[in-house]
Design a protein around this ligand. Structure first.
Ligand code: S3P
Length: 176
């Protein structure tokens, strides 16, 4: 099996798109390593992402995020799947760095579906935690529109219809 010709695979996309869940399952099926960038930062810092936002601010989180990507770049002996945070490709040189390291796959999900999912899990997401439910849909649509300037530069855009595990595995293995 030729998974991305031995290169890293980065999953990008909005919060709630399924980057972590799909990435973890795909890595298990392909028997390759999996890293979730937020979990990597949390393990390194010894606290949750929301605490980093609350105590040090978003700019500090973005610096940690970029540094974590650099570390993965330098330490990665074995290619694997990396699930990024929703903002990762939209800051600094992160997208360029990911494209140099491997293949970038955008999990593109419908804003209405994302809104429904995030409404249930607002507390863990500092960017939306304070947004009232009535404004959440508009907030998410606006942010996706801005972020698609980066997301759509992915090597592959997986549209919602092919967003399941099998769709992702097809992309990773070239099997259709
Ligand atoms: C963020 C998304 C989060 C996390 C942080 C910021 C964003 O990751 O990195 O709360 O800017 O969209 P998930 O996409 O895994 O929720």
């Amino acid at each position: 099996m030729d998974v991305s010709r031995g290169r890293m695979i980065f999953l990008i996309g909005f919060m709630g798109a399924g980057k972590t869940t799909l990435g973890r399952h795909a890595a298990r099926r392909l028997n390759i390593p999996f890293t979730d960038l937020d979990e990597y930062i949390e393990a390194q810092q010894g606290c949750k992402v929301q605490d980093i936002f609350a105590e040090k601010g978003e700019a500090a989180f973005r610096a940690l995020e970029a540094a974590a990507l650099q570390e993965i770049h330098h330490s990665s002996a074995t290619p694997g799947i990396i699930a990024t945070g929703g903002g990762t490709p939209c800051y600094g040189d992160n997208l360029l760095m990911m494209k140099q390291m491997g293949r970038v796959i955008y999990l593109r999900q419908d804003p209405a579906i994302l809104t429904g999912r995030l409404r249930e899990h607002k507390a863990e997401r500092p960017l939306v935690a304070q947004v009232p439910d009535a404004e959440l849909g508009a907030f998410i649509r606006d942010l996706i529109t801005k972020r698609e300037a980066w997301y759509m530069q992915a090597d592959v855009v997986l549209e919602r219809g092919s967003l399941g595990l099998e769709g992702l595995l097809e992309q990773l293995t070239g099997n259709s």
